[in-house]
Design a protein. Structure first.
Length: 429
């Protein structure tokens, strides 16, 4: 019975695999980077920042306005009625020539904002890659757990079938049969629940890839962990140079410095130019007198030098606030550097521990598997009872689950290290 069930399970997996598309980790990452909703939003925000980064938005260029109008009037009076039609064309230019280098300061702010938007996209890409890696291996983890549950369930069913035969032959009692049946039903319940967990894991992976139809994929990567050795000092140097969140904070600090410069520029005088040309054509038709036509052209250019002597202290307050914000930014930057350094040290210690736990779990699984094989022979020969055999089954199941979780935990910590040191894109590109 056990062999039949295992054969059916393997064949069913084979038929499912034939109907499914293979999906490697690289394929999953590429799909997510291409389709992920958050990345699309981040790239759209990046495009907005790129559009805003222009000298026109900064205020370097003049404003030119063109207008045309028609004025019509009928005048009824005691002397002589008349009708007047006037056409006016107007072109105006307004140009701020100097305002305390505000144009240059604004342009630099737009440059920093564009760079910040690029960093935000890079952070989103890193986060997406990390999420896909963990979701992919979580799906593999749940699949391996399902295989383990199926293996234990097969052993329980095999035992249940044997006890039924023994009871029919009079070599077992109802109590033994109920114990075997309860063990089999418990294992089957665990198996069914694990099936749901696997489906949920695959559904989460499809969401990260923005697969709306939830297609079925066959994950082709091996569920294994390749142990790597790192030095904390090297990781700290990489984090300082490459961590995207830290780089973004540097940009934010430069934006705060730019705000101080902008507040200072408000104390400078402003030189502006207003110029233009106006053409008008007036046609007047009288009831008695002769019709008159009048054309006029007016060209002008004016310079205005202005300096605000007092505005209720608003400019001074704005400068004080900008300087305080800059000081707060420096403190926030130091706090982030310290926090990242602590988090990296904690993560590195966890990485070392999980690497050792992986070795322990593998040794524990090998011992539990050998113990299960020996106990199965002993149970079949009657050397141990069903309770002892069930205990060994549970020990093997627990050891197998711990070994699988140890692999996933190691991958999780390793991926977090790559993300924190800014190397995750290079690792999986």
């Amino acid at each position: 019975m056990k062999k039949i069930q295992l054969t059916i399970f393997i064949l069913s997996l084979g038929f499912i695999s034939m109907a499914q598309e293979n999906l490697s980790l690289a394929d999953a990452i590429n799909k997510a980077l291409k389709n992920n909703y958050s990345i699309h939003i981040s790239k759209a925000n990046q495009q907005v920042a790129e559009i805003n980064n222009s000298w026109g938005a900064a205020g370097r260029y003049p404003y030119i306005n063109l207008s045309a109008s028609s004025n019509n009037a009928n005048d009824f009076n005691d002397s002589e009625d008349f009708t007047r039609t006037q056409l006016i064309g107007d072109a105006k230019i307004n140009w701020t020539i100097f305002d305390g280098f505000a144009v240059k300061i604004n342009k630099q702010r737009f440059v920093e904002l564009e760079e910040q938007s690029h960093q935000n996209t890079a952070i989103m890409v890193e986060g997406t890659i990390q999420s896909v890696v963990l979701a992919y291996y979580d799906a593999l983890l749940q699949k391996k757990k399902l295989e383990t549950f199926n293996e234990v369930m097969s052993l329980s069913e095999d035992r249940y079938q044997k006890v039924q035969i023994q009871k029919d032959l009079g070599n077992a009692v109802t109590y033994d049969l109920l114990q075997a049946q309860n063990a089999y039903l418990s294992d089957r319940s665990d198996y069914l629940l694990q099936e749901v967990t696997l489906k949920n894991a695959l559904r989460d992976l499809n969401y990260l890839m923005a697969e709306k139809d939830n297609p079925a994929y066959t994950l082709t990567e091996d569920f294994s962990a390749i142990t790597i050795n790192y030095k904390l000092t090297e990781l700290q140097e990489q984090m300082t140079n490459n961590n995207k969140t830290l780089q973004n904070q540097y940009i934010h600090q430069r934006i705060l410095e730019n705000a101080v410069a902008a507040a200072k520029s408000n104390f400078s005088p402003t030189l502006a130019f207003q110029g233009g040309a106006q053409y008008s054509s007036t046609h007047t038709r009288y009831d008695i007198s002769a019709t008159t036509d009048y054309n006029a052209t007016n060209i002008y250019g004016n310079f205005t030098l202005s300096f605000n002597l007092f505005s209720g202290g608003s400019k001074k307050r704005a400068l004080q606030i900008a300087k305080i914000d800059e000081e707060v930014g420096v403190i926030a930057l130091e706090d982030m550097q310290h926090d990242l350094k602590n988090n990296l040290a904690n993560l590195y210690e966890m990485f070392l521990v999980r690497k050792e736990l992986l070795n322990v779990a593998q040794e524990n699984l090998a011992a539990a598997k050998l113990n299960l094989q020996i106990s199965q022979d002993k149970f079949n020969s009657g050397a141990i009872n069903s309770f002892n055999y069930r205990d060994v089954q549970n020990i093997y199941l627990q050891a197998s689950q711990l070994q699988l979780e140890a692999i996933y935990n190691y991958i999780d910590t390793h991926t977090s290290l790559l993300r924190m040191t800014g190397a995750i894109v290079q690792e999986y590109e």
